[in-house]
Each structure stands twice: as structure tokens, then as C-alpha cells.
Design a protein around this ligand. Sequence first.
Ligand code: DGL
Length: 272
Amino acid sequence: MKRKKQAIGVFDSGVGGLTVFKEIRKKFPYEDIIYFGDTARVPYGPKSKNTVIDYSIQNTRFLIQEDVKMVVIACNTSSAVSLNVLKKMFDIPILGVIEPGAMNAVKVSKNNKIGVIGTEGTIRSEAYTKTIHNINPDVIIYSKACPLFVSLAEEGWANHPITRDIIKEYLEDFKTKNIDTLVLGCTHYPILKTAIQEFMGNEVNLVDSATSILSDIESVLKNGENIEKGKDLFFVSDNEEKFCKIAQDILDIKNFTLSKVKLGETWYVDRL
Ligand code: DGL
């Protein structure tokens, strides 16, 4: 669909990417943003590399059809396995969250001991390990998949006692490794940031994809006209109500334009 102004396209496996959307919206108030959350096929974390690549191609095609000028892969799992494929397939700039997150982590770490947490797919891909070692081979990296964090964030249990127990279970090991930086390598994890910081202690820097990607976006954007406030358009592939509820919590907005899309072999857009 042709628009007056080309938008920044953002996709994620579901609601988690709203943490990335929120930072983009804050930093670029005059840009239109189109967000697609693949709520019908979430989670991507436990799925195979090829399935995630396939979904990511479909998501990108959809955003391009909606007339975006760049695609931000907010999802770490998708960035880890599909960024290079998408870059080769499509002509517009495609940005992933792994490299900016890795660069940020290396920059803030003083003792070169970095922890990385993410979904099974992200950790299995070793994308963060490889990228961090490309920047600085001397960094010692400890990584761990924390799949339950995704459900806790989706349940809205950021402050629930169970969340604190699960954080302890997953992250206790890191405490003995003397890391000074922890990469929150999944879009959902910033939702649990306060509880994670409390457990790890204030001396550990938490690095998240949401803030790390902003300077990459800035370098792609040409100077726009700062006249009209940017518009937000949201698309999901299922569970609109749940998305609305979580989006209201994360973004603190009441009214937004949401449409349902079905991607796959036969796909349609049902504008609500
Ligand atoms: N959005 C995913 C990521 O950042 C997390 C949720 C999922 O497993 O789909 O890796």
C-alpha cells in the first residue's frame, strides 16, 4: 500500500518487540512506524533455523508491501538466523539487533566478562558469541537460554515472586563468573529488567537490543521534515485482544490502529 510518507518497518515474533518499538518512537517522534507482531506463530525461540528464516522472509515481504523504507528485525532469534538471508534477498536496508547489542556490551564491559541470555534459538546460533569475538576476541562469554522469561513477560508477571525465583534459577551461575555486563538478548527480557537488575546487582550493566539499535536506525534515516508527528500502525497475525492489553501496558497508550494479517501460503490483511 502506497503511503504519503514511507515508514520504519519493525517486526517481532509477538509483543516483545514493543520494547524496541517504544525506544524507536521516543527517539524518532516524526517517523511513521509500522509494527508487525507475529502473534500466531510466536514463540520463534524453540523453532528450527529454517522455520524462523521462512517466517522472517514472509514478515519482511509484508512490511515492504506496506511501503516501509527499512526493516528493523526487533526479534533477536530472527536477527540471529535470518539477517544475512534477508539482506541478500531485499533491496531496502534491513537492520538486526545482534550487532548493536554486541557492540554496546563490549563498549560498556570493563573486565571483558560478558553474560548473554536469550532464547534457545539465539543461544544455539552463537550469534552473540561470534559477533562479540569479532569485535574483541579476548572477551570471555557465558551464555544461557532462559525460555521461561518470555512467558513471564507475556503474563505481565514482571513483579511476581515466581519471576524472582526463576531469575535466580537461571542467573545464579552468572553471579559466580564475575561478569560486569549482561546482554538481554531477547525482546521480552527488558520487561523483566528491574527484577533482573535487582538480582544481578547494580554493578552489572544490562544491555538491551531496544536501545542499542537506535544509532543504526539513525544512520539509515535521511533528514526528514519534522513537521507532522509520526503515526503508528500495528499489525498482528492473531490474538488482537491480548496484544492490545500488553501494548497498553508497555506503551502506555489507549488508542491505536491495529489490523490482523495472515501470513503464509495464502495471506490476507483484514483491516479492523
Ligand atoms: N522475540 C523473541 C526474541 O527476541 C523472543 C520470543 C520468541 O521466542 O519468539 O528472541
